[in-house]
Design a protein around this ligand. Sequence first.
Ligand code: BGC
Length: 898
Amino acid sequence: MRRKNCHFIAHLLLVLFSIPHLYAKEQIQQLKVIDLKSDYEKNPIGIDFLPQLSWRLESGQRGLTQTAYHIIISSSLEKLNAGNGDIWDSGKINSSKSTGIYHDNWKLKSSQRYYWKVKAWQNGGIASDWSEPAFFETGLLSQEEWLSGWIGYVPGMPGRVQYFKGTFVPRENIKQARAYISGLGSYELYINRKKVGNNVLDPAQSSYSTRVYYVTYDIADYLLQAPNSFVIPVAQGWLGSPRLRIQVEITYQDDTMEILTSDRFRSVTTGPIKYSTIFDGEHYDARLENPQIYEPGVPPGLMNEEWAWAHNTDDPSGKMVSQRVEPIRIVEEITPTLLKELAPGIYVFDAGRNLAGWASLRVKGDAGTKISLRFAETLHENGFVNQENLRNAKAIDTYILNGKGIETWEPAYTYHGFRYVQVEGLPSKPLEDDIKIKVVRSDLKQSGKFKSSNPLLNDIHQMVVNTEASNLHSVPTDCPQRDERMGWLNDLTVRIEQAIYNFDHSRFYPKYLQDVSDTQDAHGTITCVAPFRFGMRPADPVSASYLLLAQKTYEFYGNKRVIEEHFDGMKAWVDYLNSRTNNDIVDYSYYGDWCPPRDFLMDPNGSGVSRDTPGQFISTGYLYYCANLLSDMAKVIGREAEVVRYKALAEEIYLAINREYWNEQTGGYASNNQACNSFALYLGLPDETKVPRVIKNLVEDVKKHDYHLTTGNLCTKYLLEALTEHGHPDVAYKIATQTTYPSWGFMLANGATTLWERWEYLTGDAMNSHNHPMMGSVGSWFYKYILGIIPDFNHPGFEQFSIKPYIMGDLQSAEGELNTVKGKIKSAWRRQGNNLTMEIGIPENTTAIVHVPAKSVRGITEGDRKISTVKEISVLEETKDYVILKVGSGNYQFKSRI
Ligand code: BGC
């Protein structure tokens, strides 16, 4: 009864406080704490470190901020419900923080579920109810708890998938059943013939000699009170030879535990998959299917011709780490269009767009009939698939029929980058649905949306999103199709921002940051590619991506731990680069501003090295950039000495670049081309006296090339941004909306649905992928300058952010959104003549610095009222083109004259 009264009073207060907002027609609700996440995941299992807790507030009230929170973590749901925080009771903490919360005091045990809830207070002192309970469950917290070792069948035939098997009868009254498992390169787990979960290509890639990811499965619902058969097919994947490590832990109601180690899964055999490799594809002979494999029971006659006994192996030697990144899954199914029967039994299908994944097959025919599926991005003129640009990747899947009626199949341990599939050997003309396309990638949620009045920009946006989506396979790959598929750190330097606007990388980037850090040696060097599979050590100095991964993860998701954990590594990389300077100029470069248009290459028939943009200028610019980033990040974690030290280093490099590359005669940097001048502007290298000359040169150069770019993967980003920020958004817009070579519109005009690696349309056996994210930085330009949504490093996790749209070119309107850790940000504008309407949505517990394009503050209204009467809005400043406001949470509609 007392609780009810409190509730009533709270509600009454809420209503009273909210009266002015009712006028604003806002939907008033009581404050709710929702979306509880543990390390950016809802109710995860298998956490092997202290998870960072986060939540969101929901109320619909304007100007809502959190003033305090209270968290309770309990070792059981009963305790949580009784308010007994035996693991942690934070008490009421006065803070607006709602992300990245963890405490070293938490004493966690392995394989335990912990429940937690949150209460929040809003400005005005009103408290929410307790949230719904959430939980996180630990995995194996120490390496010693891995009682299982690695097993493998070393004489196993190369390329063959090996099936490991064990049978197990549990006792009655199971309380909890978990399987902790890693099979390298990749594996699936079947219990009693059923696949556990819907992940594919588990586990995530890593440098296996340093770290191996294991996955935790809740298997309680799969177990019978009878012999249970566990089968784990393991393919070579990126390791090269199958290996398995599995630990099954069954806890009974009486709290006793039974542990099955790898020893229980030593029976090993081969099956219908004759080979499966990432690049070449999968070969499946259905005549070799043996249902016996999946039946419970120890296979008869171990070491006979069918079954072998797996050995202990000490490889891979990396430590076991719980996989915290989104798994790879089938995220979409497409019915392709049958283009043509090219020759008897040869059909070509079109998925409608370039993508990463595979095809499924439904077929009926005689035993021994061989069907092959060839994957390609383009077609030859005669209609057959063109696989030339896949270089040494065969990209062919093969299925051999067993002839037992309708057969359905799809591969499991490979994937392809393709738009077209050439199917050969079909016994009859395929019906619709006989071939389906499965889109396969790390299952990250899309976080942003963008649309504008210019359909070309919308198509470019979609092309960028398609490309990014095709290149998320537990690492951000350079391409999904040819014999490469590596995480290239040079490309990533300009890709991160685009990717983080379009997809939720709150888990993916901390994982990838670890991959980069795992490549680091005692000298501080990292490698060109992470995990390190090939390429150079040290990496190209343009690999600022190492620092940007941490910086952006902190800025977007409020994850400070990535900075704490990786600061020393990032510092060692910057120190290494600094050790490679002569007179403060970095002494090496491999790629620099890679792959500018052909006429600007060092060798038009050679690699992607630029003729006019000096590599060392770019390398040194990145050292300057990184020294600043490091100093800023040192500040976040209170490393004061490094704040000063790396600012000083930045200052030293700044002087050196200006000394070495500023050309007083031309008024530009280095060769005075687009790349050099835009990079210099982006970095802030020219002082006030130089800036106008550099911009003038830059704009003239763009005009000289008839508003086309001459930049490569890196400086294309800086070109658009520097022009926009230095008073020439219309010039940037013209470049972005070109349809002739070189431009994104040119790619689209030539049928691209994903970005090319080169500005040219090339299809031969060389470096010319058709699904390459490195040229996609225009994707972040849409969010940053057309929608104008910009996070604030000093207020991470969108505690505060800006909205500053540029009204440019012939654009009449734009709209979009970004899902953040605080909720959805919306930004939309449209103009009619000189009248502008701008609609924005600011999530609870955030503040936005809103730049309303306007001639003066006097003409601006919000929801038909003068802005001076709206209490959530304060005017900060008036500039030539904008009125700058500070605005609290809520939805707003501004009208202004521009
Ligand atoms: C990769 C590129 C990368 C380049 C650097 C290529 O093979 O695909 O994305 O920038 O190598 O050399």
